[in-house]
Design a binder for this molecule. Structure first.
Ligand code: BJ8
Length: 390
């Protein structure tokens, strides 16, 4: 049963059925009209708390549409990750409204494709590239990443002619932690068996939460939590009561690559956990408060982001264990975007862990943003769900 047809929608009427991207854009435009500056980001390593401490507003830039890839391929190689091609295509086609209202952009040295693409767009906005340590367990990694966050602080302070204090950063950290706690309470309703929230509604919440601060999100999230509790008390279920529960991990997916999530639910499964930067990952780790060195505290948190650009990326397996414990999936789907070598290679270890340690069916899907492989993905997902039902 699609509960949205039978129960109160999660968002209030003020949004008038607008898609979440439009709501987020409306929010950012309002902030801009109030005189606030917007900072575009592309990655889960961008330290949001520093941005907010400087009274700047973060905006995640467009990266998830197939429509901009053809234009990008005039410059970029065709055998490049679709996320990078799509991002670049949005910029050269002037098609990303979030980039259009951004006053600066933060970039990081994650994968090769992304960092070279940043060179091509560097002239279009003030841009700061952060040198991300990729051996997170080495003792100097934390020192180096702390230095990089301080350099970003200086870049933002000089670009926007302002300064921030430790107390303001501590405040932004507390605000972010409060938002994370509320977001995790929303995720708790996907962990229920049966879940009372599906992936589309989760994405709506995640989308809006990217832009707004904890204080701004708190009343919205409290309202959503009350509605979810009502659904739970009313005995509603998202999907069939006995639907196989699926955890999705891997590359960020949204827009055209969210086809995988739709296929899982169309095939009779329910997506209960989304272990990626477009899903629950940004809310997985709190930042230590009142350490006396908020920049280092931020650095410690962001170094723990379990991205495949890190080696070893053992935290990903630990995090997946935690999510398996909490969300009790019956199967795990690892989504790898074509030509993303790091997630593709890491998939072997992930599959081994899921199958041997958790004893769960595992399906690796390598895909792009086109619709060409929908039939093939559907067949493979159906076969996996069949295994769960046996
Ligand atoms: S912290 S996952 S947002 S890098 S899919 S562009 S890695 S070739 S998106 Fe990511 Fe930051 Fe990591 Fe998260 Fe490259 Fe792979 Fe493409 Fe990727």
């Amino acid at each position: 049963m699609d509960i949205r047809a039978t129960v109160e929608p999660l968002f209030n009427d003020e949004y008038k059925g607008e898609p979440p991207s439009k709501r987020l854009l409306g929010y950012l435009q309002t902030q801009r009209e109030k005189g606030r500056k917007i900072v575009g980001i592309y990655c889960g390593y961008a330290p949001m708390e520093l941005i907010r401490a400087l009274d700047l507003v973060p905006a995640t830039l467009c990266a998830f549409s197939n429509a901009t890839i053809e234009a990008a391929e005039a410059v970029l190689p065709a055998n490049l990750c679709p996320l990078i091609k799509s991002s670049y295509g949005f910029i050269i086609k002037d098609a990303c409204p979030f980039f259009a209202i951004s006053d600066a952009v933060i970039a990081e040295t994650t994968c090769d494709g992304k960092k070279k693409m940043f060179e091509l767009i560097a002239e279009r906005r003030p841009m700061h590239v952060m040198d991300l340590p990729q051996l997170p367990d080495e003792p100097e990694a934390l020192d180096n990443w702390t230095v990089m966050i301080r350099k970003l602080q200086r870049f933002l302070e000089s670009t926007f002619d302002r300064t921030t204090t430790d107390a303001e950063m501590e405040g932004a950290i507390r605000d972010a932690n409060a938002k994370s706690r509320l977001m995790n309470r929303v995720f708790d309703y996907a962990a229920l068996n049966p879940p009372v929230i599906g992936w589309e509604e989760l994405y709506d919440v995640l989308f809006l939460a990217q832009g707004a601060s904890g204080a701004e999100m708190a009343p919205i999230l409290e309202g959503i939590l009350a509605k979810l509790e009502k659904r739970k008390q009313g005995g509603y279920a998202h999907g069939a009561v006995d639907a196989p529960r699926v955890m999705v991990t891997g590359c960020p997916i949204a827009g055209d690559s969210a086809k995988v999530l739709s296929i899982i639910e169309e095939a009779g499964g329910v997506v209960v956990a989304i272990d990626s930067c477009s899903g629950m990952k940004p809310y997985a780790t709190p930042i230590e408060e009142r350490t006396g060195d908020p920049v280092r505290a931020m650095a410690a948190k962001y170094l723990k982001v379990p991205c495949s650009c890190m080696t070893p990326n053992s935290r990903r397996l630990t995090e997946m264990d935690r999510l398996t414990e909490k969300f009790r999936p019956d199967a795990v789907v690892d989504v790898v975007l074509q030509a993303c070598h790091s997630y593709n290679i890491e998939s072997y270890k992930v599959g081994e862990s899921v199958q041997k340690k958790q004893g769960l069916p595992f399906l690796k899907i390598v895909t792009d943003y086109s619709q060409n492989d929908v039939g093939q993905i559907r067949t493979r997902v159906e076969a996996m769900l069949e295994m769960c039902r046996r």
